[in-house]
Design a binder for this molecule. Structure first.
Ligand SMILES: C[S@@+](CC[C@H](N)C(=O)[O-])C[C@H]1O[C@@H](n2cnc3c(N)ncnc32)[C@H](O)[C@@H]1O
Length: 293
């Protein structure tokens, strides 16, 4: 296994099997499973691995991966001291992010996006728009490299966690905006104001419902989202197209991207960052970068 700690990373996936995986978040471990057989297998494998590695987790959490979003619940503590705060801070290549095991189904950092965050950090972008920003990890990666950022998410609470991540990384408050609203309403508004960005992150959930009851279904609506984002994309803008929807492969994202480019009379090239080493093919998000020209 790669020495993540040497590169200042203590949040990473330990391994993935069909229907489950084990992740490390600093001193804590999270086991995610789709059924009881997988839960049992991962727990046994984890203890064998931990003994062989001499790794002593501070706490172990487990989380059931339901098919329906409504059935999602926060991870459960299965081993360790329940009086320790559910919050902790993890590192990723020198960046700090707050994790909270009690706040909801997701703990605060999607570690499968590590290489894409590093790409953002190295991109030398000046102005980035982070759509579906969640806890603003992409914005932090851009801001640390000197970019101004706009983070948009329906959830005010997630954006507050995003602000806390800015503070954790000693980033100034100036030059960074947090908009708690529907991306589909914010994009046309930014376009009407003539705003332009040189990097845009589009990482929507598979399904969501806005406060006004409007639904978003990634398979049918990603195209509209991308077309709206093109309206605020500068000439050489880089755009990340990303989804966790198993039915949308990188190839499918590229086909959709090419179709929209043609429809909007724009041109560009696509590339993918390497998958994080510990994510086998078909695990983690499907992601692809478009560079406009
Ligand atoms: C998959 S997470 C995004 C993860 C994030 N890109 C990251 O890497 O940490 C989805 C986020 O989209 C937000 N969301 C869902 N529908 C939305 C909408 N219509 N407008 C804005 N945010 C939305 C949710 O609140 C949630 O925080």
């Amino acid at each position: 296994m790669r020495d993540f700690e040497a590169e200042g990373t203590n949040a990473y996936r330990l391994w993935t099997i069909t229907d489950g995986w084990v992740e490390r978040f600093g001193p804590d471990v999270l086991i995610s499973f789709k059924n009881q057989a997988v839960r049992k297998r991962l727990t046994t494998e984890y203890f064998l691995w931990a003994e062989a590695m001499g790794f002593n987790a501070q706490r172990m959490f487990e989380r059931f991966l339901p098919k329906r979003n409504e059935e999602r619940t926060a991870p459960k503590l299965i081993l360790g001291d329940s009086s320790i705060s559910s919050r902790s801070v993890v590192m990723e290549r020198g960046l700090r992010f707050e994790i909270d095991f009690s706040i909801g189904y997701s703990v605060g950092l999607f570690i499968d996006q590590r290489e894409n965050r590093t790409f953002v950090r190295k991109s030398a972008s000046k102005r980035i728009l982070n759509c579906f920003a969640y806890t603003c990890s992409f914005s932090v990666a851009a801001a640390i490299a000197g970019a101004n950022t706009v983070s948009v998410d329906l959830s005010q609470k997630s954006l507050e966690r995003g602000r806390a991540n800015f503070v954790l990384n000693n980033l100034p408050a100036t030059g960074h905006h947090f908009i708690a609203d529907d991306v589909f309403e914010v994009l046309p508004r930014l376009s009407r104001k003539g705003e332009k960005f040189d990097l845009i992150v589009l990482d929507p959930p598979t399904f969501s419902r806005s406060r006004r009851g409007k639904t978003f279904q990634v398979e049918s609506d990603f195209e509209d989202l991308f077309m709206a984002a093109l309206e605020v994309a500068d000439r050489d803008c880089r755009i990340l197209l990303s989804t966790n929807c198993a039915a949308l492969s990188e190839r499918a994202l590229e086909v959709m991207g090419r179709f929209c480019l043609k429809a909007s009379r724009r041109a560009g090239s696509f590339h993918s960052e390497p998958r994080p080493v510990e994510f086998p093919p078909d695990s983690g998000a499907s992601t692809i970068w478009l560079t406009l020209r």
